[in-house]
Design a protein around this ligand. Structure first.
Ligand SMILES: [Ca+2]
Ligand SMILES: [Ca+2]
Ligand SMILES: [Ca+2]
Length: 217
């Protein structure tokens, strides 16, 4: 759904797709390895604020909410007991035009990473976190994080260096309402993952990358 000029955008799209495929592969492998489990679900209470300072505290690793008619976005605060590789999967309700767009922010409200589309219109991102507080913003494409100087960062990929603390997220185009589900998982990076499994995952990931490269050649 990007309307950016063709050339650079196409290259970015290709890179994004490759990243996406790798992310999907990683998730599939993790799922196959039985490393994720069923989650209890936190349900959005009323309409969650789109400001980080008044974010809703989500207490489960799965969150269900709604982007309403004039809903500029929802921000959730999460407190992770352990660090690791955080994966956030966002899916929009089937049958609606909700085109999810998500971003992750740290305890100091710094933007870390965002994702608009991962494969289809749904979003997914992975980020290495420490134990502690993080914020997740979600809304309908196209979502921006707004800093103290009122600068806007389109929540896709990495934020510009020195963007600084974010006050809120905001939809700057138009809003297609619909329900969404955020599914989170944190995989241990060094502790808890047996060494052979780590090596196996890496090996399979590289194999997958090789296969994709050949396909594209
Ligand atoms: Ca909402
Ligand atoms: Ca909201
Ligand atoms: Ca999207």
């Amino acid at each position: 759904m990007d309307n950016l000029p063709a050339s650079t955008n196409q290259i970015e799209r290709k890179a994004e797709k490759m990243k996406t495929n790798l992310n999907k592969l990683s998730l599939a492998l993790l799922l196959a390895a039985g490393m994720t489990s069923a989650h209890a679900t936190y349900i959005e209470s009323g309409d969650a604020s789109n400001f980080l300072a008044s974010a809703q505290l989500a207490t489960d690793m799965q969150i269900q909410g709604t982007i309403g008619q004039d809903d500029e976005g929802d921000v959730y605060e999460l407190v992770f007991a352990t660090g690791g590789l955080l994966t956030i999967n966002a899916t929009g309700q089937i049958g609606t035009n909700l085109d999810t767009n998500i971003a992750l922010f740290d305890a100091g409200s710094q933007a870390l990473i965002g994702n608009d589309d991962s494969g289809g219109l749904d979003s997914m991102l992975t980020y290495a976190i420490s134990a502690g507080t993080y914020y997740i913003g979600i809304g309908d494409y196209e979502m921006y994080a707004i800093n103290a100087s009122n600068q806007a960062w389109f929540m896709d990929g990495m934020p510009p260096a020195g963007f600084g603390a974010v006050s809120h997220v905001e939809n700057l185009i138009s809003i297609d309402p619909g329900a969404y589900t955020l599914t989170l998982s944190v995989q241990p990076r060094s502790n808890g993952v047996p060494e052979p499994a780590t090596v196996g995952l890496l090996g399979l990931g590289l194999l997958g990358l090789g296969m994709m490269r050949r396909k594209r050649a």
